[in-house]
Ligand binder design. Structure first.
Ligand code: HPA
Length: 271
């Protein structure tokens, strides 16, 4: 990755009219419907953006959408790149750097996740207050990282406290149950064994998924305040483990997203 490549990616989008977005939003698996709330949308397919990672066949629907929500300019990623698809972590996080280059001042990230904390139920939303990186690598582990910011990024407070407070108040007001916890990112794409679920509980995870942490690390690298939420799509009880059903995960994410959309829209209004 070079600065020139980032400039070219951003310039392509600026020419398309992606001018001065304030907020960047990453929509996770089954959580794409927020794009229907975007007024005057402009669309750029990932495959057309210079230097964007090349999408796999499975991933043809990936696009970046620019427009207005609640009076604010946003740029929304419908679909993300995952480490398990074979991209390296610089590729996975390249879109975050491009959105930053476009000028976003805040980042929202969402994902579907399994509950390790069994007080959390399918269809609930968990605010990510902290995380554990179990992907075995870092999106900052590359030679010329210092050209893009600090190499040794502080991760003592990776999630923006002021946005955490705001969304917590919004959830109370809107009567939406909102949990708060630690998200562990694994590589995947296989799900976890019972022994792994037990380990995740012991090390302090409340939810587990296969994304988000690389993006959050890069947001911190860019000193970009970030808010992240997990939609709980399955309950990972090692003593009563049900076979995973990806269709069910997508369906539960889909059913829960109206709550997430309400929270995000209210938060956008208040920023
Ligand atoms: N494990 C990992 N990723 C997931 C899960 C899970 O149980 N559920 C949704 N994404």
């Amino acid at each position: 990755m070079t600065k020139k490549q980032l400039d070219e990616s951003a310039d392509y989008l600026k020419q398309k009219g992606f001018i001065k977005p304030e907020i960047g939003i990453v929509l996770g698996t089954g959580l794409g419907k927020l794009v229907e709330e975007i007024e005057d949308p402009l669309v750029a397919h990932y495959n057309h953006i210079p230097f964007f990672p090349l999408a796999t066949v499975e991933f043809h629907s990936g696009k970046l959408i620019f427009g207005t929500i609640e009076g604010k300019k946003v740029v929304v990623m419908q679909g993300r790149f995952h480490f398990y698809e074979g991209y390296d972590l610089q590729d996975v996080t390249y879109p975050i750097r491009v959105m930053h280059q476009l000028g976003i001042k805040k980042l929202f990230v969402s994902n579907a996740a399994g509950a390790i904390n069994l007080d959390f139920k399918k269809g609930e939303i968990m605010l990510i207050a902290d995380h554990i990186n179990l992907q075995g690598s870092s999106p900052l582990a590359f030679r010329n990282v210092a050209e893009f910011g600090e190499r040794f990024v502080d991760m003592g407070e990776p999630y923006d406290n002021s946005m955490l407070d705001k969304i917590t108040k919004i959830a109370l007001r809107e009567n939406i149950s909102l949990k708060r916890g630690v998200y562990a990112a694994v590589i995947g794409p296989q799900l976890e064994t019972k022994a792994e679920y037990r380990m995740l509980k012991i090390i302090g995870a409340d939810a587990v998924g296969m994304s988000t942490v690389p993006e959050v690390i890069v947001a911190n690298h860019l000193q970009l305040p970030v808010l992240a939420v997990s939609v709980i799509t399955d309950e990972c009880n090692p003593d009563d483990l049900q076979p995973v059903d990806i269709q069910e995960i997508i369906e539960i994410a889909g059913r829960t997203q109206p709550k997430m959309i309400r929270l995000f829209k209210e938060l956008i209004k208040e920023l």
